[in-house]
Design a protein. Structure first.
Length: 255
């Protein structure tokens, strides 16, 4: 039986007089794919930024694997087993694909300032990080690009590079922020297959923010719907698709 891994409890955040999230509460079970949807400005990315400790909420708690994330500093979040991607690509264009992916593994490194200066164990650690990066790139069909700079690669390929960089740290929870943005119809289908595959291979729990409804509904076991920072629906994809409040939020029909 699945166990709750992520618990969002009464999270509220205000910017001046604007309430970006309003008493948001939901859970995500271990190894579940949960879609988080809503119109532009609904608060989806704001929640990711709260979980990453970029923003401080006005009230509420976020419990991940028994740990209150809001008690941690931003740099400690990745150490808990959370990784994320971003709406806009955040790759180093002049670095190779392998170097970009390896950058995601360095949070697992054991080097400190003094051991790095003395180069104690540095070569062994770098070798292990590189091996992990190449294993991850192979899983995402990136090996042919491993030694190429990211600059100039197709957009869909760069999306997979960012995904590989997030996966190489062996997270328990993966936050995907609009991964299908800018992709063609065929690339969206390929990405869906990749995400389903990595969920199985990495034993991942995934929280997915995405506007591509076909992708969300085909992949998710649970869907949470936000509108102006407030949760208006939660359930299976079938339940969500037949919920009149969701239809209203997306299509502007009378509530």
């Amino acid at each position: 039986m699945a166990e709750g891994l992520l618990e969002v409890e009464g999270v509220t955040i205000q910017f001046g007089g604007i309430t970006a999230l309003d008493n948001l509460t939901f859970t995500v079970d271990s190894t579940q794919i949960c879609g988080l949807i809503g119109p532009n400005g609904a608060g989806k990315t704001t929640l990711f930024n709260v979980m990453s400790r970029i923003y401080d909420p006005t009230q509420g708690r976020i419990i991940f694997n028994g740990v209150d994330l809001l008690s941690l500093s931003p740099h400690e979040i990745s150490q808990t087993g959370i990784a994320r991607t971003f709406q806009n690509l955040a790759l180093w264009p002049r670095m190779t694909v392998a170097e970009n992916v390896m950058a995601g593994a360095h949070i697992k490194g054991k080097q400190n300032f003094f051991s790095a200066m003395a180069r104690i164990g540095l070569q062994t650690e770098e070798r292990d990080l590189r091996q992990k990066a190449y294993e991850t790139m192979e899983m995402l069909n990136l090996l042919e690009h491993a030694e190429k700079p990211c600059d100039g690669l197709p957009f869909g390929t760069m999306k997979r590079i960012e995904l590989a960089r997030a996966l190489v740290s062996n997270p328990k929870l993966l936050l995907l922020d609009e991964p299908a943005t800018g992709l063609t119809h065929s690339e969206v289908g390929e990405l869906s297959e990749v995400i389903i595959s990595i969920r199985k291979n990495f034993d991942l729990t995934i929280l997915l923010v995405e506007h591509h409804m076909g992708m969300v509904m085909s992949m998710s076991e649970k869907v949470v719907v936000l509108d102006f920072g407030e949760k208006i629906a939660e359930g299976t994809p079938t339940e969500i698709q037949n919920n009149p409040l969701v239809v209203s939020a997306y299509l502007g029909a009378p509530k």
